[in-house]
Structure formats: C-alpha cells, structure tokens
Design a protein around this ligand. Structure first.
Ligand code: TYD
Length: 193
C-alpha cells in the first residue's frame, strides 16, 4: 500500500505522515517512510541543489527536472522494492507536489509536469493520496521555495484545490484544523484502517 501526503507548506503533512507511520508500526506493519525531495543518497544531494541558495538562479525547468530526478531515484531504489515485498510506503509529498509547485506555482503547466513525473516514476502513482486542507500555520520561510511570493503560493494552493476537486479516486481530503491527534484520527478513518 502506497500512501502520499500532500498539501501546502505548513499544513501539517510531515507531522501526519510521521504519526501514520508510528501507528502502522505499532500495529505490526512493515512500513517504509520517505520524503521528497530526497530519501536516497542521490536524492538528498538533489534536495540540496533544489532548496539551498547557490547564488545563481535555478531555471524553473531545471527545478522541475531535478524534482523528477529525485523522485525517479526514490521510486526505483526505495518505493518499488518496498511495495514488491508487501510493505507499506508512506511518502511526505510525491508527484502532486510537482504538479502544484512547478506546474501551477512556476506556471510550467500541470499536464506537462505530470507527464515528466510519470516518466520519472515509470507510471507509479500512490494508491491513496491524503490531501490535507486548511490554513497553513507556519509563515516563516525556511528554504528557497518556501520563500516564494504570495502570488506563487496562491497558485500552488489553487492547484492543490483543483487536485482535491478533480474527482480522482486516489485523492482523499482531510481537514487539517484541530489538534494533531484529531487530524490523525481523520487520516486513519479516511484510509479505512
Ligand atoms: P519539504 O521539505 O517537504 O517542505 P515542508 O516540510 O515544509 O513541506 O519540501 C520542500 C519544498 O519543496 C516545499 O516548499 C515544497 C517544494 N516541492 C516542490 O516545489 N516540488 C516538489 O515536487 C516537491 C516534492 C516539493
């Protein structure tokens, strides 16, 4: 079972991914936890290229391809072997983040970015994507992408809204408001666990 968590920066994805992993492990499941970008040696180096300020501008297409490269490595090296042995995979962000941030935010086009991502993952998609919906509580920018303009963030949010309203069977919407444990219960219920 492959679950991804998606949503805007600061909505609580990473916390909820971690809580789900803990709960699944407590229930005796074999769980592989991963994050994007990163999650492999190559991917962590790509992550550094993507999120640090190197003093030179990173082109939007370069950015999209680097996210895809990190995802390709993570899929081949970590996700596919885990799924093949029957483990759960819980991923903090996956290709919907590229569609929202690079396709929507950077205006590269959602379909083009989705196609690049699907090439990277050889067609692999999560079985379930938990889309956390709510107002982000964190406003302090910590990396190059989080420091983007309000307009950029508005486009990213619109793209995630479109994902939520797109009628995809894989996507489940979970309200992010409230205590962490309340949200965790909603996630658990949404996954029908
Ligand atoms: P992440 O470390 O997950 O940030 P956070 O923990 O705050 O959610 O992701 C770093 C940034 O990278 C975040 O602003 C979202 C962005 N991002 C993209 O722009 N495209 C992508 O494909 C992914 C996976 C992340």
């Amino acid at each position: 079972m492959f679950v991804s968590f998606e949503g805007v920066d600061g909505v609580g994805k990473s916390t909820q991914a971690r809580l789900l992993v803990g709960a699944l492990r407590a229930a005796g499941r074999d769980v592989v936890e991963c994050r994007e970008p990163g999650g492999t040696v190559v991917g962590e180096r790509v992550r550094d290229l993507l999120l640090s300020d190197h003093g030179v501008p990173l082109g939007p297409r370069t950015e999209a391809l680097l996210f895809a490269a990190s995802r390709a490595q993570l899929t081949a090296e970590v996700i596919e072997p885990a799924l093949a042995r029957g483990a759960w995979v819980v991923c903090d962000r996956f290709l919907d983040s590229s569609v929202a941030y690079q396709g929507g935010g950077r205006q590269l086009g959602e379909e083009a970015v989705r196609a690049v991502s699907l090439f990277a993952t050889a067609g692999r998609l999560p079985d379930v994507t938990v889309l956390l919906v709510g107002d982000p509580y964190r406003t302090t920018a910590t990396d190059r992408i989080e420091s983007e303009s309000d307009l950029f963030r508005t486009r990213v949010r619109a793209s995630f809204d479109a994902l939520g309203q797109g009628g995809s069977e894989r996507v489940v919407l979970v309200a992010a408001a409230g205590a962490e444990t309340e949200v965790q219960q909603r996630v658990w219920a949404a996954l029908a666990l």
